[in-house]
Design a protein around this ligand. Structure first.
Ligand code: NAI
Ligand code: ISE
Length: 338
């Protein structure tokens, strides 16, 4: 058998196809040996050109395919619980795209199953932790140079939402990144959330509550506000400003070449996450492959995935009721308290 890590990829849509390309051609140390998608035509298209790969309609067949040593879950969120539990049952390490499981009860079942195994197998795909700007902001906050963080102001804008995107998905699909980033940057749990919204944008599909304004409280008394606007029309913008006792720091302002021409000074705006976070995905997947080949599991844990689901679900309840809702993930099992 090859000494490359044999990976089964579940889900061959936008992210799955991009991760197959990345595993096959960008990162070192891995090869894609199986791809599963109920849409087998899509799976075949995404797997085209990958040496020795087999294509399957269902998860179990892909996980049991020859040479599978690890799993990459890139199916839609509601399919993740079944995929994670099937990987755990086989003792296979997993990198699972966010949201780990959108429903907190399902997310807790994943945490409990991993805790019963007594060892970590899952890394969750919160790739911002691997983005160079976020990593520098984290290092700066941890250094204490700016004093204690008091507030995070976050902006999360997408050009347009995919078909079928619901008002709840602004929270569990989009704001889940802000939730993880805030917990990671501040090193604190979120304790409450309140969601308000302006009039919906005429650019959003009818019935979608877009944009939304989300205000989280943390256990240490910091505030995190998020403007989420998934049909802004003009570009993909993810920004974060940390306001601290002795200074502030801002990321996400400028990613392109600044061009002065014909009386204007302009920079381009990336149009989607695959461009803005390309390097972060590469680093995330390389780190997963390297750790997995050494028998280790690093990065955001199943507990981080669960905590994000609890906070997102509280946000959805606040959106529906207009009330402040408490966020109560409870205590992590010993496995996650290292
Ligand atoms: N980290 C990030 O920045 C991003 C993460 N995502 C996440 O990636 C995941 C996939 O999203 P997209 O690729 O945008 O969706 P997509 O809709 O483009 O593709 C999903 C694919 O999964 C397939 N599928 C459905 N049920 C399945 C199952 N049980 N097993 C295997 N495949 C199944 C579908 O047929 C489809 O081909 C989601 O969890 C999403 O939240 C998506 C966009 C960016
Ligand atoms: O994860 C992602 C998508 O699923 C989500 O729908 C987008 O809003 C995010 O910007 C992107 O990073």
């Amino acid at each position: 058998m090859s000494d490359l890590l044999g990976v089964a990829v579940l889900g061959a849509g936008h992210m799955g196809a991009d991760h197959i390309r990345r595993l096959d051609r960008v990162v070192s140390g891995a090869r894609v040996v199986a791809v599963a998608d109920p849409d087998t035509a899509r799976a075949k298209e995404a797997a085209a050109g990958v040496d020795g790969v087999t294509v399957h309609a269902d998860t179990e067949a892909a996980l049991d395919a020859h040479g599978v040593q690890a799993v990459f879950v890139a199916s839609p969120g509601p399919a993740h619980e079944e995929a994670l539990l099937a990987a755990f049952a086989r003792g296979l390490p997993v990198l699972c795209e966010k949201p780990m499981v959108p429903d907190p009860a399902g997310a807790l079942r994943v945490v409990e199953a991993e805790a019963r195994l007594g060892r970590r197998l899952a890394q969750i795909g919160f790739m911002r932790r691997y983005d160079s700007e976020y990593a520098r902001l984290k290092a700066l906050l941890d250094s204490g140079r700016l004093g204690r963080p008091l507030m995070l102001h976050c902006t999360h804008r997408n050009v347009s939402s995919p078909p079928g995107f619901t008002s709840a998905m602004l929270m569990d699909s989009s704001v889940s990144h802000e939730i993880d980033a805030a917990r990671w940057l501040l090193g604190e749990e979120l304790t409450a959330v309140r969601v308000v919204r302006p009039r919906p944008s005429g650019g959003a599909p009818a019935g979608l509550a877009d944009p939304q304004f989300v205000l989280f409280e943390t256990e240490g008394g910091a505030l995190v506000d998020v403007e989420v606007f998934v049909n802004c029309g003009f570009g993909y913008q993810v920004r974060c400003e940390a306001v601290c006792e002795a200074g502030s720091a801002r990321i996400g302002e400028d990613h392109g070449v600044r061009v002065a021409h014909a009386g204007a000074d302009t920079t381009g705006i990336p149009q989607d996450y695959l461009v803005r976070f390309a390097d972060a995905y590469d680093r995330e997947v390389q780190a997963w492959v390297d750790a997995t080949r050494h028998g280790r599991v690093t990065g955001p844990s199943a507990w981080d995935g669960y905590a994000a689901s609890v906070a997102a679900e509280a946000g959805v309840r606040s959106l529906e009721t207009g009330q402040r809702v408490t966020v109560e993930p409870g205590e992590p099992p010993a496995l996650y308290r290292a």
